[in-house]
Design a binder for this molecule. Structure first.
Ligand code: UDP
Ligand code: UDP
Length: 480
């Protein structure tokens, strides 16, 4: 739909807000940004989006193209990255390196911001760029908000961690990270922290600390969550219990997809064959397995998951990624899964490497549970659909998210299963047992049903997320 700014509608007497979004890299980071943009599009706000091409993955490229096709009124602001010498870093993670390249290039936005017409009235940056963007925004006197793409629990860790490290300096073992007891939230065991954070010299840790510190200078923080699912960290952050003077935290989730594909309307994967197969399955019988966009399991672990799905007795749909970045993926499923596997499970199980419309898929009545890595977008999509999670964290914030999911009653967490950097194999038998346990867990199903209602209530007129979005937009329009 073509977008008109209110400035045009009322003859220019009113200066429509013009928001510059500065997204980061990775589908999990783009998802909340694009969903906020979709929400803004019908509310008289001009939107520009900083766009760096090529994206790290092909899925991100499709995602950007989809956004600009669906919202022709959204302005694309191209940014060319300064070259980054990757040999300077120990991390080879292409997403971390992209974040760093972005951080070192954001000053190039200064003239873009200064010369934009209509004038940029606010900036919304992804968390990963916070400490580089806020100083520029301050210098140019443009309000700057941060979009936090994962759980409020993770936000509370981000807020607390710089101070925690300071405290360590005065203790017996400076620099040796232990369990982190976030005031008013919970104690995150050392083993559940994003592994990079254990090493204060890691690139990710430096960014995390700088961003966490700078956050107090933001004008507001938008989080894709809702109050009822994470009350403790939200109360602690808003009450200044973690960091005094923390900016207002606007919970605005669960954010909805802007997808216009068929799957979104009907509840389905957006793929005709898959949807036909789903339509043939009994209600709540299908085990859906997906680990997000950048968690690739090892081959031996993939084979154990395959064995579990074959043995567990339920129909299943498995979105299988074999590489962290989809561009590098030329593996054939049949080869990865071993001889005859796809034939043996034919009809009962579906394995795909392609993109599925996950948010819509989870709403399909046939889906009974979701074995997930614990990406927060996935967790919220599952809770909105009333589908219980079995969280098997893979890396980064996934264990913290798993703790949040358990405490919210939206999922179970396979606590002892290995993740990033550990090479113990989780056996097919262990996975099958856990899947059966979660499928049969009526108590969990009941609490997920409650969360689903709360999620719907939060975004319905008068709900917490609805009101926060309303207040935030009023602030952008200068009428708050
Ligand atoms: N997603 C999807 N189809 C796919 C793979 C991913 O729709 O085939 C979406 C998923 O619904 C979610 C996002 O991509 O909105 C993944 O974000 P999440 O935070 O769960 O995990 P990440 O990919 O960041 O690890
Ligand atoms: N994060 C943060 N501050 C930062 C950078 C990242 O709080 O400066 C959070 C953000 O929510 C991110 C999470 O840390 O999703 C963990 O990052 P991870 O390694 O899992 O990468 P991602 O899943 O975001 O691609």
């Amino acid at each position: 739909p073509a977008m008109q700014s209110p400035g045009e509608l009322d003859g220019g007497a009113y200066d429509a807000p013009h928001v510059l979004f500065i997204p980061s890299a990775g589908i999990g980071h783009l998802t909340p940004v694009f969903r906020v943009i979709a929400g803004f599009s019908s509310r008289g706000i001009d939107v520009s989006v900083v766009t760096v091409l090529p994206t790290v993955s092909a899925a991100e490229m499709d995602y950007f193209n989809g956004l600009f096709a669906d919202y022709p009124g959204v302005r694309r602001v191209d940014m060319h990255l300064l070259p980054l010498d990757a040999s300077e870093f120990t991390s080879e993670d292409p997403f971390f390196l992209r974040w760093e390249a972005l951080r070192r290039s954001v000053h190039l936005l200064r003239p873009i911001i200064t010369n934009a017409a209509p004038r940029i009235t606010a900036i919304i940056t992804d968390i990963t760029l916070t400490s580089c963007v806020i100083p520029i925004a301050k210098e140019l006197d443009v309000p700057c908000h941060v979009l936090f793409p994962t759980a409020a629990t993770m936000l509370s860790l981000n807020a607390y961690y710089p101070g925690y490290l300071e405290q360590l300096k005065g203790g017996p073992a400076p620099g040796v990270v232990g369990d982190v007891d976030i005031p008013g939230v919970f104690r995150v065991p050392r083993s559940a922290l994003p592994p990079a954070l254990l090493d204060v010299n890691k690139l990710f840790t430096k960014q995390f600390i700088d961003n966490g510190r700078e956050m107090v200078r933001a004008d507001g923080v938008l989080v894709n969550t809702f109050d009822a699912v994470e009350p403790a960290p939200l109360t602690a952050l808003r009450g200044g219990k973690i960091v005094p003077g923390y900016p207002p935290v606007y919970t605005i989730g669960p954010l909805k997809s802007h997808a216009t594909k068929a799957g979104d309307k009907a509840g389905g994967a957006g793929d005709a064959l898959l949807d036909e197969w789903l339509g043939q399955q009994r209600a709540r019988s299908v085990v859906y397995v997906a680990f997000g966009n950048r968690s690739a399991a090892r081959l031996d672990q993939i084979r154990e998951i395959a064995a579990d799905l074959e043995a567990c007795g339920y129909p299943f749909l498995w979105v299988l990624k074999t590489t962290k970045v989809d561009r590098e993926d030329d593996a054939e499923l049949a080869e990865v899964l071993g001889d005859g596997y796809l034939e043996r499970v034919k009809g009962r199980g579906t394995v795909t490497k392609g993109w599925v419309e996950q948010e819509a898929l989870l709403k399909h009545p046939a889906v009974g549970m979701f074995v997930s890595h614990g990406g927060w977008n996935s967790a919220l999509e599952a809770s909105s659909a009333g589908v219980p999670l079995l969280v098997w964290p893979q890396l980064g914030d996934h264990r913290v998210n798993a703790m949040a999911a358990v405490s919210a009653g939206i999922g179970a967490w396979a606590e002892h299963w290995s993740w990033d950097g550990e090479d113990t194999l989780v056996t097919g038998q262990d996975i099958a047992d856990k899947v059966k346990e979660v499928m049969a867990d009526e108590k969990l199903r009941a609490s997920v049903a409650v969360a689903r209602k709360e999620a719907a209530k939060a975004v319905a007129e008068g709900g917490t997320s609805y009101r926060n979005m309303h207040d935030f937009i009023a602030k952008l329009k200068g009428v708050a």
